[in-house]
Ligand binder design. Structure first.
Ligand SMILES: NC(=O)c1ccc[n+]([C@@H]2O[C@H](COP(=O)([O-])OP(=O)(O)OC[C@H]3O[C@@H](n4cnc5c(N)ncnc54)[C@H](OP(=O)(O)O)[C@@H]3O)[C@@H](O)[C@H]2O)c1
Length: 439
């Protein structure tokens, strides 16, 4: 072992402290695999006075992350602050421009600025590694960038947000409503005080944007992602889909189609027989299909101190092995422009939930609207009074009607649902969930 690589860590929160601990705990194995010694020479966080349960003696404390990023006493800048703008972005740009390798867990930063950051890394011939940014301990970035590099990938489908998966799993297993489970998840620390980012699907979308680039060799294009969160999922939906042989998962899906790449994040019906249906609680999973590899599914802990630190350390070891690759898998100049497939052109099966006024002819009128769009129904479940909505405003009863619809164009389904709403036979907006059969 001849050389020593010096690390500067910015951010000593959950992940930063985890990286510190792992580096100390598995020191021998890490040094052996890296082929050199790794030394944390300087660190930075907001508050120098917090007891973080680690011994920072002998390590230089730097107040400003940007200053740390350009310090002479570091070779690798490890960004574990977070946030798409502000100090994290400025510090990463500074580090790359000063010829430092960068390791980050920051998916928001990469989803919004990954193309530009990768170009700076290329220009200065340094690594930009971000395994921890997607699905925690699961080595999906490495798998796409290296292990599957020879394949034409047709789809990437992932459960990428542990909070959403935890909430949906609990709702299904305990029969509780969304708001109730969310409030528990917040008390237990699984969900943030402001959970919008997770439950609205934004966090999943950040990760999907990165995976799409690696899978299809196209520029990262976060703004083209079709996005729906899990807030509208009800107990009635979960029960109905279960009877029909499905569960509901928040999926990030990227699929190559004839018209471009579909990038979408929304609740999806997953057949109970699919391996993704078995991913419960805060776990993550990613399924990739390559034309030679076939289908590959990786699953594991998608967040948390230890799993995330595991991915950060693997990235550092890669750099030590002089394994600096193109950050986005190929030269930025050779990334294709992202070509977006229109969501209305999406074709698939659907679950539709309707609260129908209990009147003669209402269900027949609804069926007629589907027929007009040449939409055929796979199954229909009709129940008496909808326990969700009870009596309607007119004092009459409601029926809960749940339909599973055969493969159809989304545009046709939206037309049919718009006509059904306009006809006035339903008490609420229709609930529509796409069925994911690619996995
Ligand atoms: N937590 C996970 O399970 C997980 C999983 C995957 C990826 N990530 C990503 O990892 C990154 C870090 O997440 P985390 O959970 O470790 O966050 P965290 O616990 O909130 O830690 C953030 C750290 O950044 C420091 N910081 C904040 N503003 C700063 C500033 N202006 N200058 C210098 N330091 C600053 C904080 O300092 P103080 O401690 O002094 O306040 C803290 O040490 C994020 O990008 C996150 O998305 C996290």
């Amino acid at each position: 072992m001849t050389h020593r690589l010096k690390l500067g860590i910015a951010g000593l929160g959950t992940v930063g402290v985890g990286v510190w601990k792992l580096l100390n705990e598995n020191r021998e194995r890490i040094f052996a695999n890296a082929g050199c010694e790794l030394e944390i020479t300087a660190v930075c966080a907001r508050n120098a006075d917090i007891d973080r349960g680690i011994d920072l003696k002998g390590v230089r404390w730097v107040d400003n992350a940007v200053e740390l990023a350009s310090s002479d006493d570091i070779d690798i800048f490890v960004e574990l602050i977070g946030g798409e703008e502000g100090i994290a972005r400025e510090a990463v740009e500074t580090a790359l421009a000063h010829g430092k390798h960068v390791v980050t867990a920051n998916k928001a930063l990469l989803a919004h600025h990954g193309n530009e950051l990768a170009a700076i890394a290329e220009k200065h011939n340094v690594a930009l590694n971000y395994e921890a940014a997607v699905a925690g301990a699961i080595p999906i970035v490495k798998s796409l960038r290296e292990g599957l590099a020879g394949n034409n990938v047709s789809s990437v489908v992932g459960i990428l947000n542990g909070t959403c998966n935890y909430i949906l799993t609990k709702m299904a297993s305990e029969g509780r409503e969304f708001a109730d489970v969310l409030s528990d998840a917040q008390k237990m620390g699984y969900a943030e005080a402001d959970p919008t980012f997770d439950i609205g699907g934004h966090d999943t979308a950040h990760k999907l944007a990165i995976l799409t680039c690696l899978a299809f060799g196209s520029r990262i294009d976060f703004n083209s992602i079709y996005l729906e969160g899990i807030e509208a999922i009800t107990q009635a939906d979960l029960k109905a889909v279960h009877e029909l042989g499905y569960c509901i998962k928040l999926l990030g899906v990227a699929i190559r189609t004839d018209s471009g790449i579909e990038q979408r994040v929304h609740p999806s019906l997953v057949p109970l027989t699919s391996p993704l249906a078995a991913i419960d609680g805060a776990f993550n999973a990613v399924a990739v299909e390559g034309n030679y590899s076939g289908k590959i599914i990786l699953q594991g802990a998608g967040a948390g101190q230890k799993p995330t630190a595991s991915a950060v350390i693997a990235d550092i070891i890669d750099i030590a092995r002089v394994n600096a690759l193109y950050p986005l898998g190929r030269e930025v100049a050779k990334l294709a422009p992202y070509q977006r497939a229109r969501m209305r052109a999406h074709e698939g099966g659907y679950y539709v939930g309707l609260a129908v006024h209990d009147r003669p002819g209402a269900v027949a009128a609804i069926a007629k609207r589907f027929g007009e769009q040449e939409i055929s129904l796979e199954s229909i479940i009709q129940r008496g009074t909808d326990t969700q909505s009870g009596e309607d405003a007119e004092g009459g009863g409601q029926q809960s009607v749940v339909l599973i619809i055969h493969e159809t164009a989304e545009a046709a389904l939206r037309e049919a649902l718009a006509s059904i709403e306009a006809d006035g036979h339903i008490a609420d907006r229709p609930r529509m969930i796409r069925i994911e059969k690619t996995i």
